[in-house]
Design a protein around this ligand. Structure first.
Ligand code: MLT
Length: 312
């Protein structure tokens, strides 16, 4: 019967490479986390975990693709807060974040940084805010589209200082960072998993971090909260998903592979160097991810709807 077939399929798994779909451009923050985990999981699963970048609509092209992919254990998905925020940002989505996926595991949490191009005429956060307020019609904010955390953080920042800038969407913050380095855009909120090397190299200006407390790898960077944006907080979290109906034994083995990767010293070191924090092992269960996604949908929905920015 069906149960026996599913069992046999799960026994043989993985019999070929396993795809891990990333909803943003190669080389960017989500991709870095995905590739770091994939390298370790390839060792423990004995099959290649192949990162596939599916771009567009702030991560929603990839989410819809995975929702409709075969539930055979060969397609997985890594996504961040966008899985929750898109529910409020888009009037229609061709997938349901809560209903169309199996939940595998949480992974890492990542702080964001508020940046400007290197020659931006402001040397600290207060100067930055004054300059932006005085020049708001000429300033471009780079984002990875509606559904991206760069857009979420940028939206909260604009709201907090009372301006509306021109938003320039890219298919990930890797190309957005290139535009910032090239001076084609002015400011950006982006995750430490991409920005720490640039900050350390002095190729961008840093004005603050989005967590409630300072970030260990950027000890001199004040939080936005401590610089006057009271209670400003954006923490990026990651979930790993599979199409609904993927056999439970495969989900459980994938969960074990993710948890093993999160204890792999190479992964721990890389994440540490990039300011990312590995989520506590006891919360890396399918149930905990499902509950977390639900709580994030409830948390961000009202915040986003208050911003009044939507896509169809
Ligand atoms: C990326 O990987 O490009 C980012 O996570 C996009 C974003 O800002 O959400």
């Amino acid at each position: 019967g069906l149960a026996t077939a599913a069992f046999a399929q799960a026994q043989a798994w993985p019999a070929k490479p396993v795809a891990l779909v990333v909803p943003f451009a190669a080389g960017g923050p989500t991709d870095v986390v995905a590739r770091t985990l994939a390298a370790s999981m390839t060792k423990s699963l004995g099959q290649t975990v192949l990162v596939e970048n599916k771009l567009g609509a702030g991560g929603n092209v990839a989410a819809a693709y995975v929702a409709k992919a075969p539930a055979d254990g060969y397609t997985f998905f890594i996504h961040h807060n966008g899985m929750a925020t898109s529910t409020a940002l888009y009037r229609k989505l061709n997938y349901d974040a809560m209903k169309d996926f199996e939940f595998v595991s949480q992974a890492v949490e990542v702080p964001m940084t508020l940046l400007a191009r290197k020659d931006f005429p402001a040397n600290n956060f207060q100067e930055m805010v004054s300059y932006i307020r005085a020049n708001k019609d000429k300033i471009n904010l780079a984002t990875a589209g509606l559904g991206a955390v760069s857009q979420l953080c940028g939206m909260m920042f604009q709201r907090a200082i009372g301006v509306q800038l021109t938003e320039v969407p890219f298919q990930g913050t890797a190309p957005a960072m290139n535009a910032l380095l090239g001076g084609q855009v002015d400011v950006m909120c982006d995750q430490t998993t991409q920005t720490v090397p640039q900050i350390k190299a002095g190729t961008v200006k840093l004005y603050g971090v989005t967590t409630k407390s300072r970030v260990k790898v950027l000890p001199n960077a004040p939080t936005l909260h401590e610089q006057g944006l009271k209670d400003f907080e954006v923490v990026v979290w990651h979930g790993i998903y599979a199409p609904k109906g993927t056999p439970r034994p495969i989900i459980d083995r994938m969960n074990q592979a993710v948890r093993a990767a999160l204890k792999d010293p190479d992964v721990v070191k890389r994440m540490d160097d990039l300011g990312a924090e590995i989520v506590e092992d006891r919360t890396n269960t399918p149930d905990a991810l499902q509950a977390h996604l639900k709580s994030e949908i409830d948390k961000w929905g009202p915040v986003i709807r208050a911003g009044g920015k939507f896509a169809d």
